[in-house]
Ligand binder design. Structure first.
Ligand SMILES: CCC[C@@H](CC(=O)O)C(=O)C(=O)O
Ligand SMILES: [Zn+2]
Length: 326
């Protein structure tokens, strides 16, 4: 059988210290796919029609039909696009944003993308909104909303919050982080490698402090991990898979993920379906790893708000546990 780039045997970019198993890949019609979603496990659903009405999207089509709305385009000097929360920048006066961003028309973005003299890396990330042209609107309406809303209802997720359009230059990387929403990630063009880690890998991934602009992002540079500072990183275990056109990856809330657009397969086009968390009715013990992350976040937030000055956090947090819980 012709091998497919997405077959795990294709091997993958080896990150030293990171052990991965393949993310399960199941046919859209296979009932086990929705069972994995129900059990909060990542799965790549193949041959999905979730965004079947967008499988003809490419740069030229989007240029011709996205209208002249403005799109947020991030620029990075090293190909890495680590998210930062602008509202938290004042908390860390020494913070140097790793990327810049500007708003431009899709046409301007596409011509930048096509220019080979790009010294910078660029990545368009913009929620689909009502500025899109009529054909895109038609394509959007043609998404398989029954499938999306069936997952939302069956898993008691909260409401759909956004569909983010992602158009990345080959080779762009979104470094390891977790989100606080459920995500059905639909791949339209090109290939992306996902590394996924269960929320219980929190202690191997060392997120920034909660008041830091890089809240939810790992401090560890997977390309050059500082094992003195982050020793547990060497024990990191996770999953890996490559998504291509017609694949939909379910990224459960609180699961860490690092994503790269494969170098030699041109630009990538993706669309996310982000859903708010399911409301917690009754807490069931033992708590799962995601719930523990939520509790840690709430405690850290409360302490940071109470202490007011974040400079007091390190000493306070160390005092609280030093020699008492080791
Ligand atoms: C801004 C969102 C980026 C995306 C990863 C990627 O495709 O580069 C991601 O992290 C997610 O869908 O949760
Ligand atoms: Zn994410």
């Amino acid at each position: 059988m012709a091998s497919d780039i997405r077959d795990p045997i294709q091997g993958s970019k080896n990150y030293k210290h990171v052990t991965t198993a393949p993310i399960p890949r199941l046919e859209y019609k296979d009932p086990r796919a929705e069972e994995l979603i129900q059990s909060g496990q990542p799965v790549i659903i193949t041959d999905s029609d979730l965004v079947g009405s967008a499988y003809h999207w490419n740069l030229d089509y989007l240029c011709a039909n996205l209208g002249n709305g403005l799109y947020t385009v991030y620029t990075s000097g090293n190909g890495k696009f680590k998210y930062y929360d602008e509202k938290k920048v004042p908390n860390v006066p020494s913070f140097q944003p790793p990327t810049s961003h500007t708003d431009m028309t899709f046409q301007d973005f596409a011509s930048k993308l096509k220019r080979k003299d790009n010294s910078d890396w660029i990545y368009l990330q913009q929620p689909l909104n009502d500025t899109v042209g009529p054909r895109i609107e038609l394509d959007f309406k043609g998404f398989n909303w029954d499938f999306a809303y069936r997952q939302m209802k069956r898993n008691r997720w909260g409401p759909l919050t956004s569909n983010l359009l992602l158009v990345g230059m080959a080779g762009v990387v979104t470094p390891a982080h977790y989100d606080e929403q459920e995500n059905l990630f639909a791949q339209i063009q090109g290939y992306k490698r996902f590394l996924l880690f269960h929320p219980d890998q929190f202690e191997c991934l060392y997120p920034y402090p909660i008041f830091h602009p890089h809240d939810r992002q790992s401090q560890v540079d997977f390309d050059d991990p500082d094992l003195k500072k982050f020793p547990q990183f060497s024990k990191l275990k996770g999953y890996e898979g490559i998504v291509g056109p017609k694949d939909v990856l379910y990224i459960p809330m609180y699961w860490w993920h690092q994503v790269e657009s494969l170098e030699d397969h041109g630009e990538t086009i993706s669309c996310t379906f982000w859903f708010k968390a399911a409301p917690t009715e009754k807490v069931v013990y033992p708590l799962n790893a995601g719930q523990k992350v939520a509790i840690m976040r709430n405690i850290e937030k409360m302490i940071a708000d109470t202490l007011k000055d974040n400079k007091n956090m390190p000493h306070f947090m160390r005092t609280m546990v030093q020699g008492r819980y080791s």
